[in-house]
Design a protein around this ligand. Structure first.
Ligand code: DGY
Length: 325
């Protein structure tokens, strides 16, 4: 079986594929592949290991011989899952292994926004660290605040644990279904979306991008939030409306924001969010630790190796492909 890989991945994943006797080719150029390039490369392959590529209907129809697409991510909003399932292409992802690292990033952004940290750092670089003013550069304390989690899954739980442990934060959440385990472990309380907006001092987004969550945080939503609140998004940029977020921050409808994801990505350097004092932006590095990226590469490789042995991949997004066989 032959595997085409769209980006250079950590050695641990590559080694597993090679040890399993699979043929491997990797795209090594530092740019996203075009759809046409990807289709052409996949003609040779039986499996695709994909990081950061848009896999739409046109690509899938042209690559229907693929047995599996193993994503090097937990998110799968970049894949037309319906079409893949219809074409009986298994799609696998990397759940669980990046929860801690992504929650660390959400926590970092919360702290950075609360203390204007990125802006303060830029002031030093710009030669503006002059004299001490007791009334200047004031941030927010988070002790005893309420954390609202939009999407209390694995990553949301890790963020909640950090906030409860570090600051004794009360945890509320909004989900489609109750998370009994988190309720028991963290005393987390399930609330309506409106209550989540109204009660949160920090509102952190940890849900998948779906038609239901796309644009969910718009001006109407921000207007329901507390004027002193901080909005954090480490999930997907399209879940918040960026223009509305800028307006909410400029008009002090909310206090601050921390973003690891933007819409579009990459964010342009002229973006107003980058010069706002209470805003911290990172370039989608939630899972970017050595341990986590190695674990993701291994999971993606394990998904492919399972298929090469005629087995069901362990981390499947569309199990229907197997149940209908
Ligand atoms: C994921 O795994 O979905 C992360 O956002 C990296 O893309």
């Amino acid at each position: 079986m032959n595997v085409f890989i769209t980006r250079i991945i950590p050695e641990s994943g590559l080694r597993l594929l090679k040890e399993a006797g699979l043929g491997v080719r990797t795209w090594t150029q530092k740019r996203k592949m075009t759809r046409e390039e990807l289709i052409a490369e996949c003609q040779w392959a039986d499996a695709l290991l994909s990081a950061g590529q848009q896999l739409d209907q046109e690509f899938l129809e042209a690559s229907k011989h693929l047995k599996i697409i193993a994503l090097h991510s937990v998110g799968f909003d970049n894949v037309d899952i319906e079409t893949a399932t219809r074409l009986k292409i298994a799609v696998g992802n990397t759940p669980g292994v990046l929860s801690g690292a992504t929650a660390d990033t959400a926590f970092l952004l919360m702290m950075a926004a609360a203390r204007n940290a990125f802006y303060m750092n830029r002031k030093i670089i710009d030669g503006e660290w002059d004299f001490f003013e007791p009334t200047a550069n004031l941030g927010k304390e988070l002790n005893g605040c309420t954390l609202g989690v939009f999407g209390l899954g694995k990553i949301g739980v890790e963020m909640a644990k950090r906030c409860a442990g570090a600051f004794g934060m009360k945890i509320i959440y909004h989900n489609r279904s109750r998370n009994e385990e988190a309720q028991n472990e963290l005393g987390a309380e399930l609330v309506s979306f409106d209550e989540l907006l109204k009660q949160s001092d920090v509102l952190s987004v940890h849900t998948a991008l779906t038609p239901e969550t796309e644009g969910k945080f718009d001006l109407d939503a921000f207007k329901q939030m507390k004027p002193g609140s901080i909005f954090i998004n480490t999930a997907r940029g399209a879940i918040h409306n960026e223009k509305d977020l800028i307006q909410a921050l400029e008009n002090k409808i909310i206090w601050g924001a921390g973003l690891d994801v933007t819409n579009p990505e990459p964010m342009q350097p002229e973006n107003k969010l980058l010069v706002m004092p209470n805003v911290a932006v990172l370039p989608h590095i939630g899972s970017a630790t050595e341990g986590t990226r190695n674990a993701m590469a291994r999971l993606a490789a394990e998904n492919i190796i399972a298929v090469s042995k005629g087995e069901r991949p362990p981390f499947l997004v569309n199990p229907e492909v197997y149940s209908s066989l």
